[in-house]
Design a protein around this ligand. Structure first.
Ligand code: CUA
Length: 347
């Protein structure tokens, strides 16, 4: 009789579980490739150190799981063959208890703790000089960002989309206006909490061009899952041009329809919350809209920034993002058309 392969001695459910686990393991390297929001696709030194640490932790945990599974299988198969038990009181039994139950877990826990602390210190320390400083404030449920000059003065205000130059360290000062949020762009850095009343600091550096998605990582209410942002890393010259544009006041309306749109914007409740620099709108509790049309998304990553999304957001924001503090705006078709035309000109 030909000997049966080891796995065929398992019961059917066990074989299925083993098959699924094998498939999952085989798919991991594929899944790690090029995600716009993935700690497994690091785009900077801080994220890379975290990714290496994660893979080590995963590897050690997988080895422990495999070892324990093999030992259990061995014990079961041995038991079926009617082998004699060895009481734990013997020397060999004692070695199993002390070695497997105390020494091995203790050594691996201490090693992993040491590695975690070392990586934590590496990724949170100040980078080389000449860092770009950005102050990011968490709101329910969007992100406000101020770019600071070397004197700490605000040069540009943006929302929900950060641009950074490739190769330059970025120092992010993290604050919150309401509850605890957490700033997390997994391709670039680990999570850092944003706590009301204090300023936390995170560092990251993008090594290559790209657009990565970040996400609030601390439950902060109804739309926590829809509190996203983008980090766009671009060559230094393109970044400087972007920053200069963002620092400018809003463009003047280009035609009569846009002028009508601006008049509508200034006469409605919009100005109570939003700012458009260069107009009477100076609200401070909602995103600055001075260069709204230059952004890729609306409502903190909830919608792509296009005419249809913008119309839906203005007319019925509660439908798009239930719980948001933005109220609906009643407009006729013509008025909405003019307002959209104006907002689309805010490049
Ligand atoms: Cu902000 Cu979750």
């Amino acid at each position: 009789m030909t000997p049966r392969p080891c796995i065929s001695r398992l019961c059917r459910p066990c074989r299925r579980v083993a098959g699924l686990a094998g498939l999952g393991l085989a798919a991991l390297p594929v899944l790690a490739q090029s995600w716009a929001q993935s700690a497994l696709d690091p785009a900077g030194p801080q994220a890379r150190q975290l990714a290496v640490l994660s893979w080590w932790m995963f590897g050690i945990a997988a080895a422990v799981l495999a070892g324990v599974t093999l030992l259990v299988l061995w014990a079961v198969l041995r038991g079926r063959r009617g082998a004699q038990d060895r009481p734990l009181g013997t020397r060999r039994g004692l070695w199993v208890v002390v070695g497997g139950g105390v020494l091995l877990p203790l050594v691996s826990a201490i090693a992993l703790l040491g590695a975690s602390l070392a990586v934590g210190r590496e990724t949170s320390g100040p980078g080389p000089g000449g860092a770009l400083v950005v102050e990011v404030t968490g709101h329910r449920w969007w992100w406000e960002a101020h770019y600071l000059d070397p004197q700490g003065l605000r040069v540009a205000t943006v929302a929900n989309e950060l641009h950074v130059p490739v190769g330059r360290p970025v120092r992010v000062l993290l604050k919150s206006e309401d509850v605890i949020h957490s700033f997390w762009a997994p391709n670039l850095q680990g999570k850092t909490d944003m706590v009301p009343g204090r300023t936390n600091v995170a560092w990251f550096q993008a090594e290559r061009e790209g657009t990565w998605r970040g996400q609030c990582a601390e439950f902060c209410g109804l739309q926590h899952a829809m509190m996203a942002f983008l980090i766009v890393a671009e060559p230094p010259a393109r970044f400087e041009a972007w920053l200069q544009r963002q620092a400018q006041p809003a463009a003047e309306p280009a035609d009569a329809l846009a002028r009508q749109g601006r008049q509508l914007f200034e006469s409605r409740a919009c100005v109570m919350c939003h700012a458009v620099r260069g107009t009477v709108a100076a609200g401070q509790v909602a995103p600055d809209l001075t260069h709204l049309a230059s952004r890729r998304t609306l409502a903190a990553g909830r919608l792509p920034n296009n005419r249809g999304s913008l119309a839906a957001w203005i007319v019925d924001p509660q439908q798009v993002k239930p719980g948001t503090t933005m109220p609906p705006t009643r407009l006729s078709g013509d008025e909405l058309h003019a307002l959209l035309h104006y907002l689309e000109g805010l490049r």
